[in-house]
Design a protein around this ligand. Structure first.
Ligand code: BES
Ligand code: MG
Ligand code: ZN
Length: 501
């Protein structure tokens, strides 16, 4: 999607559709909207009344101009109540506009951001970015494997802003485009089936990215991981006919002052292993690689944006969890890279085993911060619902940084508390730590507490359990069904903020 920013009059714009956000509170038209209405003999206000268009979020009222104006259609698009207006509402409005455009085959559209911005407290340039993000995210589709493709697409999006904010909006819109396209890249990877993306293929994708953007990349095979002492990760991988690949990407911005390690859970498929998942629970487990795919999406964004002042390491212990004669079993005792011994209670709690070695490896890079993202526990989805990620860690400042950033990006996150009583829950009879808790209660937290054993206390670390929001079977807001690309925008934005410091 091409993005253009204009500060001219909307009525002079030759587009297929001109979208004007309307709040619920809007009773009568003013300014340019009034002029457009007059040019159509009051047709817009008449239809608005007749059709009881009330500005509800995402609702549309399309008025054909029959050659009386440069645009083919004037479309009122509901922006909800002014008091609720924020960046995420802007994303939702833009997404609705793009999706509606398909009905009228409008491939060049304009959204009047200024009409929205002039009535709310958010900055116009940040709103412009949000409109771009919503448009690109909302227009996403995954039809690579369909014989009959939907060829419609909004090719050009023009955003109208005030003259004084034009250049700032241009800058922000560019960032928004890269963030959303990187998120769509992650969605593509998550949606790609497990017979296509196995650990080797994931490593190839990382290598392709490295080539395209000039990142350093190291790929370790089974033997090399064995030498490094990754006993937990390799145990998980052993039951699969597809060999594991340990991926390490490095982005070095100019004059790096801060080093961040990103760790993504990369189970290209999670059958549960010998503790095999029953029927429906195994569906969508191709999305168990979502954390890894998010890391790759973030690297794509870094490659495009080239932020200075930071060095970023992307670390993925890719594997497939399968039942087999070679599979690891419940009761096995494994030794992770840092020497911690793990008693296996359940082979379906495999993610934390792969992350254990990945976190050890990440810690050895001496980063100032580690962030892991993982579709780790069903318990997190029970606790917070499908749309919110659980955030934990060993450093409240770092946790706050992630939570604050997520408020801007609209990726919902909520902190879950570590506490000492739950630490008791992961003490096993015969080793240092158990890979399951005593009961199902607090399962997202016991998983987080397990991971804590593999990060030195002095290294700030944040764990994001994305089991809920990484994937949607129903679609929500600007997310179509499938992989969502969560939390690409939050983590990239956090890195960009660090780069500015
Ligand atoms: N990949 C799953 C977690 C998951 C569940 C992600 C639902 C997305 C949606 C993970 O490997 C798993 O199976 N966890 C178990 C842990 C349990 C055995 C302690 C779970 O949540 O049931
Ligand atoms: Mg599992
Ligand atoms: Zn899993």
């Amino acid at each position: 999607m091409d993005i253009k920013i204009t500060s001219g009059k909307v009525s002079t714009s030759k587009v297929d559709a001109l979208f004007i956000p309307i709040f619920k509170e809007t009773k009568k038209f003013e300014g340019e909207l009034k002029q457009l209405d007059e040019a159509l003999n009051g047709g817009i206000s008449k239809l608005k009344k007749q059709q009881k268009f009330d500005g509800s979020i995402g609702k549309t009222l399309a008025v054909p101009t029959f050659g009386n104006l440069k645009a083919e259609y004037i479309i009122l698009i509901g922006a909800g109540s002014k008091k609720d207006a924020d960046l995420d509402i802007a994303r939702r409005v833009a997404s609705s506009a793009v999706r509606f455009s398909k009905n009228i085959n409008a491939s060049k559209i304009l959204i009047d951001v200024n009409e929205f911005a002039s009535q709310v407290k958010e900055n116009e340039d940040e709103l412009a970015q949000a409109f771009v993000e919503g448009a690109i995210l909302g227009g996403y589709k995954f039809d690579k494997y369909k014989s009959k493709k939907d060829n419609f697409e909004v090719k050009t999006l023009v955003l109208r802003v005030s003259r004084k904010n034009k250049s700032k909006a241009e800058e922000k819109a560019k960032i928004g485009k890269i963030l959303a396209e990187s998120q769509n890249f992650t969605r593509d990877l998550v949606n790609t089936p497990p017979n296509v993306i196995n650990p080797e293929k994931l490593a190839e994708i990382a290598q392709d990215l490295a080539k395209e953007y000039g990142f350093e990349v190291k790929i370790y095979d089974e033997e090399e991981c064995e030498k490094m002492g990754m006993g937990a990760y390799l145990a998980v991988a052993r039951g699969s006919a597809n060999p594991p690949r340990f991926i390490h990407l490095i982005y070095k911005g100019k004059n790096p002052k801060e080093k961040v390690a990103l760790v993504g859970k990369g189970l290209t498929f999670d059958s549960g292993g010998l503790n095999i998942k029953p029927g429906d629970y195994m569906r969508w487990m191709k999305s168990d690689k979502s954390g890894a795919c998010a890391v790759l999406g973030i690297f794509k964004a870094l490659g495009e944006l080239k932020p200075e002042g930071i060095e970023v390491h992307g670390i993925i212990a890719a594997a497939e969890n399968m039942p087999d004669g070679k599979s690891y079993r419940p009761d096995d005792i494994l030794t992770a890279k840092n020497g911690v011994t793990i008693e296996v209670g359940n082979t379906d709690a495999e993610g934390r085993l792969t992350l254990a070695d990945a976190l050890c490896y990440a810690s050895e890079q001496n980063p100032d911060l580690i962030i892991d993202m993982a579709t780790l526990t069903g318990a997190c989805v029970v606790a917070l619902g499908e749309y919110t990620a659980g955030v934990m860690g060993n450093n409240q400042r770092a946790i706050n940084e992630v939570l604050e950033t997520s408020k801007k990006t609209g990726e919902w996150m909520w902190q879950l508390p570590f506490n000492d009583m739950l630490r008791e829950d992961i003490k096993p009879p015969n080793a240092d730590v158990y890979n399951i808790g005593k009961s199902r209660y607090g399962g997202a937290i016991t998983a987080g507490l397990f991971l804590e054993k593999f990060v030195p206390e002095k290294t700030p670390w944040v764990h994001i359990d994305i089991a809920g929001p990484a994937h949607t079977t129903s679609g929500w807001y600007y997310h179509p069904k499938g992989g969502t690309g969560f939390p690409v925008r939050t983590i990239t934005t956090l890195l960009l903020n660090k780069s500015k410091k």
